[in-house]
Design a binder for this molecule. Sequence first.
Ligand SMILES: CC(C)(COP(=O)(O)OP(=O)(O)OC[C@H]1O[C@@H](n2cnc3c(N)ncnc32)[C@H](O)[C@@H]1OP(=O)(O)O)[C@@H](O)C(=O)NCCC(=O)NCCS
Length: 209
Amino acid sequence: MLVLGARGHAIELLQVLEDIGETDLYFYDDVSPDAPAQLFGRYPVLRSPAEAMQHLHHDPRAALGIGGGRLRAQLAGRVRQWGGQLHSVVAHSANVGRHAVVLEPGLNVMQNVMVSNEVFVGEGSLINARAALHHNVVVGRYCEVSPGAQLLGHVRVGNYSQVGAGAVVLPRITIGQGATVGAGAVVTRHVADNEVVAGVPARPLLRKA
Ligand SMILES: CC(C)(COP(=O)(O)OP(=O)(O)OC[C@H]1O[C@@H](n2cnc3c(N)ncnc32)[C@H](O)[C@@H]1OP(=O)(O)O)[C@@H](O)C(=O)NCCC(=O)NCCS
């Protein structure tokens, strides 16, 4: 399998992959001048589209190993251009419901995540360690649900949005597309498209000019 990315999140994903027995791994990084030739002296880091294409010809499975929805979407586009297939990685310790759960391709479901029944997670999203998606939650495409965030029943998160670490989103709240919820927020009202909210209770973040 090819992991797109070779730094912070990719290194966390490596732990999940090794835990589920995936050890025939290659990483990809064509942006970091200081990327090593191998990760931990063992896993090759490919540096060019030609190398990636050659690898995907033998094993088309590709996992997104970077955070940030828009970047993940760009990388997913490259995977498809190179003839690869987006692959979801679900941690051994993730507790995923058995009924009416739809997990689209290209996800990372990290350690100790809870996904209840009747949950939908759109393509390419990252559900980070210890996050909880309760019943009837809908997470859009290329979202990031950060470590320990809690999405309570019937919450909806629009495409490309981020819910920060430890945030709590109360039942039936809708978070628009491209929105950001700050770390530790408690979201009690709907969040508009592209809005940034933070605090307890969460309020729009005022930015200085
Ligand atoms: C909310 C957030 C997006 C704002 O980022 P930003 O636009 O760069 O904002 P700044 O850091 O410039 O802070 C602006 C103000 O908001 C405050 N603030 C920032 N984040 C906050 C948060 N999570 N809760 C409450 N206040 C916050 C700052 O203290 C600052 O206040 P001040 O103007 O009175 O000094 C960011 O701080 C955040 O929480 N991101 C989530 C990070 C995360 O969970 N990552 C997971 C990675 S795995």
